[in-house]
Design a protein around this ligand. Structure first.
Ligand SMILES: [Mg+2]
Ligand SMILES: [Zn+2]
Length: 202
C-alpha cells in the first residue's frame, strides 16, 4: 500500500450499502464538541441532538460513516492507538443510546507535522477524498445517495469534489473556518435538523 493512503479504518457494523442512504459525518465540531485537538477520552462530549439524529438515520436504514481528520497524531498529542480508543468509546457511547455508527475512517497526517512519519500532503486529509472513496468500496455505497454533514469548509469542499451535497451544522466552526472559499449546499441549526434535511429528500 502506498504510504499516501495509510489512513485508518474502524468498521463496526458491516452492511451492504447498495441503494441505501449514506451519511458521511464529520467528528469534531459535528458529533462531539470541538476542543481543539481531542486527545483523551475524557474530552468526549457528544453534542445535543446527535443521538436523535443518528437514531433517525438508523430508522431510515441509512449507513453512517464518520470521516475525520486527526492531525492530533501528526502533532504528537496522541498516538494512532489513542485515537482508535477514543473512536471506539464514542461509537460505544452512541450505541448504548441506540444510535448505531457503521464505521469511522481517520487521517493521522498533517503537511506541517511535528512527527515526521505523519508529515505529508496525503490523499486522505479532507478536503481530499480517499477516505470517502475507500468507504464507498468497503460498503458498496452509491455516492448518488450520499450526504456530508460537517462544520468546516474542508467538509463542504470534499462534498464538491465528490458531487455530494454538504450540510453545515451550527456547532464547532459553524462553517466559518475560512480555510477554503466554499459554501455548504445546506445549513442546519442542529445535527437533527441536518438529518431532517436528508430525510426530506427521500
Ligand atoms: Mg469538524
Ligand atoms: Zn491523511
Amino acid at each position: 500500500m502506498n504510504i499516501m493512503s495509510q489512513f485508518i479504518s474502524q468498521i463496526y457494523v458491516r452492511i451492504n450499502g447498495r441503494g441505501k442512504i449514506v451519511a458521511f459525518i464529520d467528528r469534531d465540531g459535528t458529533i462531539v464538541k470541538e476542543v481543539n485537538y481531542l486527545s483523551k477520552k475524557e474530552q468526549i462530549q457528544i453534542l445535543p441532538k446527535v443521538v436523535e439524529g443518528i437514531q433517525l438515520l438508523n430508522k431510515h436504514g441509512a449507513i453512517i460513516i464518520v470521516i475525520t481528520n486527526q492531525p492530533v497524531v501528526a502533532r504528537g498529542f496522541a498516538e494512532v492507538g489513542d485515537v482508535k480508543d477514543i473512536n471506539n468509546l464514542l461509537v460505544e457511547l452512541l450505541r448504548e443510546k441506540g444510535a448505531i455508527v457503521n464505521a469511522v475512517y481517520f487521517c493521522p497526517h498533517h503537511p506541517y507535522a511535528d512527527i515526521l512519519k505523519y508529515k505529508m500532503s496525503c490523499l486522505c486529509r479532507k478536503p481530499e477524498i480517499a477516505m470517502f472513496e475507500r468507504s464507498a468500496d468497503d460498503f458498496h455505497i452509491d455516492l448518488k445517495n450520499a450526504y456530508i454533514i460537517g462544520d468546516t469548509t474542508r467538509d463542504f469542499l470534499a462534498g464538491e469534489k465528490l458531487k455530494i451535497p454538504s450540510i453545515c451544522v451550527q456547532t464547532g466552526y459553524r462553517g466559518k473556518d475560512n480555510t477554503y472559499p466554499v459554501a455548504p449546499v445546506h445549513k442546519a441549526k442542529t445535527f437533527l435538523d441536518a438529518v431532517n434535511i436528508i430525510i426530506s429528500k427521500l
